[in-house]
Design a binder for this molecule. Sequence first.
Ligand SMILES: [Zn+2]
Ligand SMILES: [Zn+2]
Length: 364
Amino acid sequence: MSSTIRKTPRFSRRRFVSASVVALLVSSSQLRGELSRRRVSFGVFSLFEPSELILQSTDSLSLQLEDRRFILARDASALRIRWLENRRMAIDINGQAMAASHFSATALSGGTTRFTLAIEPSAKHGGIRREFQGALEVRALASCLVPTVSMDVETAVASIVSAESPPGAPQQFLMAQAIASRSFLVAAHTAHGGFDFCDTTHCQYLRGPVVAGSPASVAAACTAGLYLTYGASSLGGHPIAAMYCRSCSGRTSSLGELGLPEGDYPYYAVDCEFCRHHPEIWERTFEGPLKPGSERERLAFDRIHGWSAIPSSSFSQNQKRIEGRGIGHGLGLCQRGAEAMARQGAGFSEILEHYYPNTEIASA
Ligand SMILES: [Zn+2]
Ligand SMILES: [Zn+2]
């Protein structure tokens, strides 16, 4: 059964039944049944293109190399997975040297487990070591290894809320963030091959396992199964891949204002009181004209000059000097503004209604 928590449409919704709406409804009703069982996969260390990975766990692991199975005892020494030519990798397991194109590690039950994955420092980067909770898969591609961690949606939501939220953020803000993040996970269609999402800000930033009872974990648990829907409320609406940003210019944007095509939700420009009074201001110097308000142009520029070269598309240019407001695309929930709303007593539903007008909160 599904239920709708908020029904406050501010405009008359288009009422039509087209093939695309029917398709969305089918996926929406399937979603309700599947959400608690659904798993999502993250390509991790996406930016490093690793040639070697170091895997370690304090739990016993079930390992699979193509069709061969092994048990790795708890507290075993670290496994080194090295990339080989011809889309293969080399692994030493229990003193046995083996090669495979595909490797996986799960709990003995086949489910998720806790493990750390590391990359040693190299000439290209400083190395990294991170803890995960999930099931690990590693594929060997033509030039590097691709590690993927899969987990259930709720574990991912808690981890993303923890990564995306400032320390000490109010609980109602964390709950609003949890619902937006869950909506993104269930509705987004990303262009990654081999996994659903990357672990950078391109998709959603994922951090390691969240401690039970932590504010992020409580926010995920309190909102479990809740996600945002848009459109044709009498027919149930469809889940939206809710986007959010770090801070806005004092007013959020619609997709149309940023020159972006309409997706599953048009977004609406709404006032953001906190950013209007306390904007995050940035300055850059740049030779040559840039068009304010064009998100496509900004992203193309940042792709070449670095991801914070021009932090938002809300700016003015005076010869070489560019002065702007806000960090990010300015679509949907503004984290700074939402946090301030929560501090002033707003509930998660009110926060979501403000930043995602005309949506509803559905329950799986
Ligand atoms: Zn991505
Ligand atoms: Zn804002």
